[in-house]
Write a protein that binds this ligand. Structure first.
Ligand SMILES: [Cu+2]
Length: 125
């Protein structure tokens, strides 16, 4: 019995993240090439089904772009130690993830750094 559960855990570790994301409907995102943007948080919706981060990002020419990052559900993020105040307007954030296939300035977030500190979703995928 012990042996069986060890094997199941190992299988769980081998499942690629894209499979774990299947229920999130990641089909709209390009999972091949991650993008990273940095900017100022303008909003954080801690809501079902998925939490949404809004960022104001300045490009090299000083033009401002609005980016949206999608995260997993509040329930999952709470288990990873997040709450509704994890991101606040004015915070400096860097988000990495899979950009929308449509080319829109939106992504499925895989890594979040707020005011220099990474907020892990390791428990929350
Ligand atoms: Cu989901």
């Amino acid at each position: 019995m012990k042996y069986v559960s060890v094997v199941l855990v190992l299988i769980g570790l081998l499942v690629p993240p894209t499979v774990l994301l299947a229920h999130h409907g990641s089909a709209g995102y390009s999972t091949g090439q991650p993008v990273t943007v940095s900017g100022t948080v303008t909003g954080f919706k801690f809501e079902n089904p998925h939490c949404i981060v809004s960022l104001e990002v300045k490009d090299d020419n000083g033009n401002v772009e609005t980016w949206q990052g999608e995260l997993t559900s509040p329930n999952h993020l709470i288990r990873a130690g997040w709450d509704a105040q994890s991101l606040k307007p004015g915070d400096k954030a860097t988000i990495t993830g899979w950009r929308a296939k449509s080319g829109a300035t939106s992504m499925w977030i895989t890594k979040t750094i707020v005011n220099g500190q990474e907020l892990s979703t390791a428990q929350g995928n």
